[in-house]
Design a protein around this ligand. Structure first.
Ligand code: 4NP
Length: 157
């Protein structure tokens, strides 16, 4: 089983959107027995809460399920358990490094997967209100992540 974890700050806007979109793409490809997806926030303010209304609205629009999703906080054990840890911005990377205690950690940013995009971080819609932009980046980023996983694990997508 390949384990993918998306990380943002609150785990109510960006990383839950990425989790839901990625799971949807995995199910469309029949890979749900090969790849498991989860998300977490480095902050603890929203633990237990469902995705933000703005994230739910976009997922509803695209017919993507967010059933049973609840925010949780990133913990150091996640670093041992997940093969791909994909952060939304630079501060998420710094916060994850603090929790796991080390520079060495092999962490990805979603925008690392989209080298042609000018944006190098996924802007936080909790402040910008722009959930459409997050959806566009997350959708493209998840396609790129699936391609990377496919090539690194010889899956046929
Ligand atoms: P997220 O957005 O990191 O994409 O879930 C945020 C949600 C909540 C807060 C910050 C960012 N907050 O400060 O409560």
């Amino acid at each position: 089983m390949i384990h993918v974890l998306f990380v943002c700050l609150g785990n109510i806007c960006r990383s839950p959107m990425a989790e839901a979109v990625m799971r949807h793409k995995i199910e469309q490809r029949g890979l749900q027995d090969r790849i498991r997806v989860d998300s977490a926030g480095t902050g603890n303010w929203h633990v237990g809460k469902p995705p933000h209304e703005g994230t739910r609205q976009l997922l509803d629009e695209y017919g993507i399920s967010y059933a049973n999703m609840a925010a949780r906080q990133f913990a150091s054990a996640d670093f041992e358990q997940f093969d791909y840890i994909v952060c939304m911005d630079d501060s998420n990377v710094a916060n994850v490094r603090k929790v796991i205690g080390g520079e060495k950690a092999d962490l990805l940013k979603l925008m690392d997967l989209l080298p042609d995009e000018t944006l190098r971080e996924v802007p936080d819609p909790y402040y910008t209100g722009n959930f459409e932009e997050v959806y566009r980046l997350v959708d493209a980023g998840c396609d790129a992540l699936l391609k990377r996983i496919e090539s690194e694990h010889s899956l046929s997508l």
